[in-house]
Design a protein around this ligand. Structure first.
Ligand code: SAH
Ligand code: SF4
Length: 391
């Protein structure tokens, strides 16, 4: 465990985890005490506050005002200024209260797929930009949220990885993305209900474990989303997967595999050098036994890199014992990496080969590719989301 902890610390950028003194440990990572919900360089705001902090904010008010405000934020998805059940003076005070200010500033909103896909680009305190994508399907609405501004994991094919790490998102910054999506669903024509959340936006969720977990608890307890409808996607942070296996809320797990032998995976996904396939699969087995949930493998098909018959056979050898479902995604080409997606025939052949080896696979169509994706991952994320939520 000690080895795993220092390994993950080594992977993270300076300042991404706590410095000296007063640490609590969480998911194999060290965090500065008392900052479980706040990002180090982001002020805790509206959806960062817990109930005790909201109570403190309303210390001069009758107790029931706390419930009214909490209900307003989480059930009504309202701005403090919209809470007409509060006395006007209090409403005015709360709508200018810095601690209740939103942490996401809308930079742009883009609609595509005849209104079925929406992308928001947000600016955060400090100037970092992150995006959120909401996708409507006949039977559900799924939001894909970012967990970090940038990412330290350095996967070469990924635009976020190419950009490097800026900072963790706070619990409130993650929750607020979901609230924005839920609000958009509720006010849509016709109104809909947000049903699913995938942690598949910018960043590596399990490298920001405490804040991501804080968001998961908030989404479950206060926004009323079922744990079965929340899915975390990871590139393979083994201590984080092991930590998920110990949690009472059985959220879904998608592992971005992309390669089924260490030589290739070391090249595509640098984190593999820390936690090679054998240790990753061991953690996946532990997670599966603990949660009883179905695991997904994500596989971005890259022309002549990971799309051969032997790649399919090796992938099947890992997937079969785990009963894992494979999501095949044509690579979304990025400026920083000179490869292209496997052509459609090759994708079909790869899927057939997996089926012949007894593995279920789904090819994901690219939804929303006509949106200019700030992080360059939109196609992949929108493409994979449906499979991640289909239990
Ligand atoms: N860091 C997490 C979650 C965010 S990335 C993870 O890696 O799982 C979300 C998904 O997009 C991952 O499956 C990732 O491998 C995939 N992805 C990133 N860049 C891509 C690209 N250029 N084309 C296709 N999929 C990509
Ligand atoms: Fe980070 Fe995921 Fe992109 Fe890899 S694929 S760089 S882990 S966001």
């Amino acid at each position: 465990m000690e080895a795993e902890r220092s390994a993950i610390e080594a992977m993270l950028p300076v300042g991404a985890i706590g410095g000296s003194g007063g640490h609590v440990e969480y998911g194999g990572m060290k965090e500065p005490a008392g900052t479980a919900h706040a990002a180090p360089d982001a002020p805790g705001r509206r959806y960062d506050l817990d109930r005790r902090e909201v109570t403190e904010l309303l210390a001069d008010q009758p107790q029931y005002r706390v419930s009214q405000l909490w209900h307003g934020l989480y059930a009504r998805l309202a701005e403090p200024a919209e809470l007409t059940e509060l006395p006007q003076v209090l409403r005015a005070r709360l709508s200018t209260e810095p601690a209740l200010a939103p942490s996401l500033g809308l930079s742009s909103e883009t609609l595509t797929d005849q209104g079925r896909t929406l992308k928001w680009l947000w600016s955060l305190s400090g100037g970092a930009m992150v995006e959120t994508v909401l996708m409507h399907y006949p039977d559900r609405s799924t939001v894909c949220v970012s967990t970090q501004a940038g990412c330290a994991m350095g996967c070469g094919f990924c635009a976020t990885g190419q950009a490097g790490f800026t900072r963790h998102l706070s619990t409130g910054e993650i929750v607020e993305q979901v609230v924005a999506a839920a609000r958009s669903c509720r006010h849509g024509q016709p109104p809909r209900r947000l049903t699913n959340v995938v942690f598949m936006g910018m960043g590596e969720p399990l490298a920001n474990f405490p804040r991501v977990w804080g968001a998961i608890e908030r989404l479950h307890t206060d926004l009323g989303l079922s744990a079965r409808h929340l899915t975390v996607s990871t590139v393979g942070v083994v201590p984080g997967i092991r930590s998920l296996a110990t949690k009472a809320l059985p959220v879904g797990l998608a592992v971005s595999l992309h390669a089924a032998n260490d030589a290739l995976r070391d090249r595509l996904v640098p984190l593999n050098r820390r936690w090679p396939l054998a240790s990753l699969m061991d953690a996946c087995h532990t997670w599966r036994e603990a949660t009883g949930r179905r695991l997904s493998f994500e596989w971005a098909l890259i022309d002549q890199v990971n799309d051969s018959a032997s790649d399919a056979a090796q992938l099947a050898d890992w997937a079969r014992p785990l009963h894992a479902h494979v999501n095949l995604i044509p690579l979304n080409a990025t400026p920083g990496w000179p490869t292209v997606a496997t052509p459609p025939d090759g994708i079909r052949a790869f899927a057939r080969a997996l089926a012949d080896h007894g593995v279920n696979a789904t090819v994901r169509r690219n939804r929303g590719t006509d949106i200019d994706a700030a992080c360059g991952q939109l196609a992949a994320r929108t493409a994979t989301a449906p499979a991640l939520v289909a239990d």
